[in-house]
Write a protein that binds this ligand. Structure first.
Ligand code: SIN
Length: 280
């Protein structure tokens, strides 16, 4: 197996491994898992694998999860079909980590490209550990104990009828997570707000807020500042897909953004999302 970093910040291309084989070989899988913790995103070109092998490989990391809005392959529960062919609309062109609206957001994902445009449809991943590390010291102190709400209703629900949106919100009520989480395996601090984040839950304290104007614009400005850190190119890697590519990411320490620049060309991806744990 050959592991070659792609940028100084994040991502490595892995050659010389078949992921169907890796799922059956604990030593090979252990090497991949170690590399994932180090590089945060791993890129595998030209993987000739079946859906069953895709699921088997992803399941080595843990159980898989379906999505309440985006359907899964009928024969492979947990294999979510992100197919874009009949509409320009996309949900993925925001900086996000998957499932921040869940009580336990995904640990990671294994995404396979079935079909992609010749040009466009790239995906960007961001190192959110570095995004936290390079914050000014006073901001780090200010956000150390902050918590934020995340919801699916204002994102996936936004294009639904009011009734359907409210039902989605009732079935998946907003969740509260730390603004800075600790990676459960590496101990790294991660900046943990993304496009599912709606507002801070505990910004308004006597120390922080003396007048209403300190609260509403103050909190919004701080949140927008934190959200903007994911857009810094030095923290990013950008992948130009080919059919057969597979990308594995650690969803606890990264965010991603799938570019929506290819309409009307079709783009078909299948994602095995791995169940995560409650962030702390
Ligand atoms: C996702 O946002 O999980 C999918 C990314 C992609 O389609 O490139």
């Amino acid at each position: 197996m050959n592991i070659r970093p792609i940028t100084p910040a994040i991502g490595a291309q892995v050659d010389g491994v078949h992921l169907g084989e890796a799922a059956r070989n604990p030593d090979t899988f252990a090497q991949i898992r170690t590399a994932l913790l180090k590089h945060k995103v791993l890129f595998f070109r030209g993987q000739d694998i079946t859906r069953a092998e895709h699921v088997a490989f992803a399941t080595c990391f843990g159980p898989l999860e379906d999505h309440p809005v985006v359907g899964s392959d009928p024969e492979h529960p947990g294999l979510v079909r992100i197919y874009r062919s009949d509409s320009k609309h996309s949900y993925e062109n925001t900086y996000h980590c998957d499932g921040l609206w869940r009580p336990a957001p995904a640990m990671g994902a294994v995404l396979r490209c079935i079909e992609c445009p010749e040009i466009g449809g790239d995906t960007i991943w961001v190192n959110m550990v570095q995004a936290h590390e390079e914050l000014p010291e006073e901001i780090k102190q200010k956000i150390a104990n902050l918590r934020a709400k995340a919801s699916i209703e204002h994102s996936f629900g936004a294009v639904m009828t009011p009734e359907a949106r409210r039902k989605l919100g009732q079935d998946h009520p907003p969740q509260e997570h730390p603004v800075v989480r600790t990676h459960p395996e590496t101990g790294e601090k991660v900046l943990y707000v993304g496009s599912f984040t709606t507002h801070f839950a505990n910004y308004s304290t006597p120390d922080n807020v003396r007048h209403g104007i300190d609260k509403t614009p103050g909190a919004a400005l701080l949140l927008n500042y934190l959200l903007s850190r994911a857009t810094i190119p030095e923290y990013q890697v950008r992948w130009s897909w080919q059919p057969g590519d597979v990308v594995v990411w650690d969803n606890r320490s990264t965010q991603h953004y799938a570019l929506n620049d290819y309409w009307p060309a079709p783009r078909k991806m299948e994602r095995a999302g791995i169940v995560g744990d409650v962030p702390y």
